[in-house]
Design a protein around this ligand. Structure first.
Ligand code: BDR
Ligand code: CA
Length: 312
């Protein structure tokens, strides 16, 4: 008997790796995309919203899209050094084929969750601003969320400060609310995503598939690699794609259940995710923390996924 596709709500700040995460989601028959929402992160909310619509047009994602909010207490923190001035530099993306719906992201998410016959999975690949606001405004909908498969945090270390990963650092208050929400979390943090690398030889395999999507993804990878190369990495870490890949290829990953807390104060540690590896707090785990990946199997997923559009 074939399994029903997993209903997913994509929420992100595209962003090169967000675009690649959404590409895996759009290609996989194991997932059904119910909505797309933007958040402020890699670029301003206006730019990530426009980029989200361009990525949807490229991939033919047919779902309602809504614009999200800006970090709860903080300011926007665009990172043009990583993703370029547009937030998605390096490739020729099509113009949007649709406009955002006339609702805030939180209300679109609420509507979609309420009308889904089955509990949904939320896949946040940016700061957790929208998800926290959703749970604050509609706490009754938490029970309709099967799990949150998110990219954010790192138990061992950060990437934007020694302690904090970018998505959590941009909106620690939101992340704290989500990690304490009681909704099961799969955490694709730096512990696994820094091992989830595509190498230049993988870029070539992706380009060799042919078609518009393969070209755009390969061009995005080449651009993203410039930043990684400047840090001495041999390839690109495709952080956000792990949050999607885990849903339909969990056999590629290893992980551990633990309680994870988010630091919202801290002289040096604001935005850190503290994993209680030895269960010293004695709390029930709130997250399945991914730690290992079959890198080659992960790379193969991309080649298979772009093949979905090879005739376009
Ligand atoms: C995260 O930060 C962003 O730049 C990426 O899109 C990813 O979501 C990695 O720390
Ligand atoms: Ca992202």
């Amino acid at each position: 008997m074939s399994k029903q596709p997993i209903p997913v709500l994509l929420d992100g700040d595209p962003g090169h790796d967000d675009a690649m995460a959404w590409m895996l989601a759009a290609a996989s028959p194991a997932l059904k995309i119910l909505s797309v929402t933007s958040c402020s992160g890699n670029q301003t909310i206006e730019k990530t919203t426009y980029n989200a619509l361009r990525v949807m047009a490229l991939l033919g994602i047919n779902a309602p899209m809504a614009m999200g909010g800006t970090p709860m207490l903080g300011k926007e923190m665009p990172v043009p050094a990583v993703h370029g001035a547009s937030g998605l530099d390096g490739a020729d993306l099509p113009e949007p084929k649709q406009a955002p719906v006339d609702l805030p992201a939180v209300e679109l998410m609420a509507q979609v969750i309420r009308s889904s016959p089955d509990p949904v999975t939320i896949v946040p690949t940016g700061p957790l601003t929208n998800v926290a606001a959703l749970f604050a405004a509609h706490p009754e909908l938490k029970s309709r969320v099967e799990r949150i498969s998110l990219m954010g945090g790192g138990i061992a270390h950060g990437n934007w400060t020694p302690a904090a990963e970018f998505n959590i650092l941009v909106d620690p208050e939101a992340a704290d609310m989500v990690y304490r929400s009681g909704v099961p979390i799969v955490m694709a943090g730096l512990d696994v995503t820094e091992k989830a690398m595509l190498m230049p030889s993988d870029f070539d395999r992706i380009r060799a598939v042919g078609g518009k999507v393969s070209t755009v993804i390969a061009d995005l990878l080449e651009f993203f690699f410039q930043f990684h190369k400047s840090l001495g990495y041999p390839g690109c870490t495709i952080h956000d794609a792990v949050a999607v890949a885990y849903l339909y290829a969990p056999e590629l990953f290893t992980g551990t259940d633990m309680y994870v807390a988010v630091e919202t104060g801290g002289r040096y540690t604001r935005g850190a995710t503290i994993g209680d590896v030895h269960n010293l707090w004695g709390k029930a785990p709130n997250a399945h923390v991914l730690t290992g990946v079959d890198r080659e199997g992960f790379a193969d997923l991309f080649v298979e996924a772009v093949s979905h559009w090879k005739e376009d």
